[in-house]
Design a protein around this ligand. Structure first.
Ligand code: 5GP
Length: 112
């Protein structure tokens, strides 16, 4: 079971802000923005690279959940960032696909 499956199963505590049939979203343990939520599919895909065309719906559900959580947490109309770290070079540390939803402060580009 991945860390995020354990959170979904309530085996590890987390501040869950949204969930539906396909996704679960909870606050990051080490936030890098005033609002930092991880949106993850219940299906434990290790990363974006592991997704195929058969996962297009799952990917869509994740993006849609991120959009809903952003609105729910008051990040509209100010804006927010959605990030997927995929693989070592991107700094992915948890091998269960997740979207970082970041907001509540001004952000710069490009990221470090
Ligand atoms: P990654 O580096 O894989 O893109 O992102 C993993 C994220 O998971 C990190 O931002 C990290 O702070 C967060 N994280 C790691 N362990 C836990 C945990 O047990 N609970 C929560 N809520 N977040 C975690």
């Amino acid at each position: 079971m991945t860390l995020f499956e354990k959170i979904a199963a309530r085996q590890i505590p987390a501040d869950i802000v949204y969930e539906d049939e396909h996704t679960i979203a909870f606050r990051d343990l080490h936030p890098v923005a005033p609002i930092h939520v991880l949106v993850t599919p219940r299906l434990p895909l290790p990363g974006l690279s592991s997704a195929g065309t058969e996962h297009i719906e799952v990917l869509g559900h994740c993006l849609n959940a991120a959009r809903r959580v952003a609105a729910q947490l008051g990040l509209e109309p100010g804006g927010y960032r959605v990030v997927i770290n995929n693989g070592d070079d991107a700094g992915q540390t948890v091998p269960h696909l997740h979207l970082h939803l970041l907001g509540g402060r001004q952000m710069s580009w490009p990221p470090g």
